[in-house]
Design a protein around this ligand. Sequence first.
Ligand code: ADP
Length: 269
Amino acid sequence: DRDSTIEIRMVPYALGQLLILGRDVTQMQRVNQMRKDFIANVSHELRTPLTVLQGYLEMMQDPDMGGTLPNSKAVGMMSDQCERMFNLVNQLLVLSKIEVNRDNIFEYQVDVPAMMLVLEREAEQLNFDRHHKISFDIDQNLLLYGIEDELRSAFTNLVKNAIRYTQNEGEVLVSWREHNQQACFKVTDNGDGIEELHLNRLTERFYRVDKARSRSTGGSGLGLSIVKHVLAHHQSELEINSKVGEGSCFSFCFPTDLIVHRRKNKPAL
Ligand code: ADP
């Protein structure tokens, strides 16, 4: 069968001898593809009813539109949960798209500094009642070959996490700089920190350190899993350093081949 995929492994057998093992993984790959398609379809289909529900709930909360409601607190709670579900479905959709995306990353140039400018504004919005000191240290000439949407998801998830998992009036530092001819992104916070036993599992889907607290922060448990897949697609890997009570540092570097320098005569955005 020309569509079959055989996985070949070589294992030491006896002194100076190797055993070659072949395994037909065609069925496994098909099932995996079906699983990914299924998640993508379900997430997509769930968005429509959720949008309608969200719209009506917002209308019911609007004093000009809905009039007086018997229990506006309950409507508010429904609206919050609706928003959570909407975020979850969106993240699932992002993840399933990334998992199947085999686009050639060298086809597109991404203006990362421009992306950081937008992210800085988003971070300020999220920070409005948290009062962190947030600083961005950005190399304005450091651009990258890659997939724009994917990179945006990765950067955004890490910055939002740093803001959400840091007690009020903390510090968050975001940097995008060249180190050892690699393009490196780093988010440092002086927040909650993470116990070592969790570090290896953080990028698993739905893995959360403190389920109750994470739920109240409104996350989906998919953020770091998205980051991991994006980085794998861009020849990079996530590094996590963290200490409970001191804070965390999430970082990664892209290899030299992916770097594009903005021509100096072109003004930065
Ligand atoms: P979530 O949607 O729950 O934030 P993520 O995959 O983005 O999902 O993160 C997984 C878990 O890792 C979070 O629930 C949180 O417990 C922990 N975490 C992520 N970022 C940080 C951080 N900067 N500081 C402390 N804990 C973090």
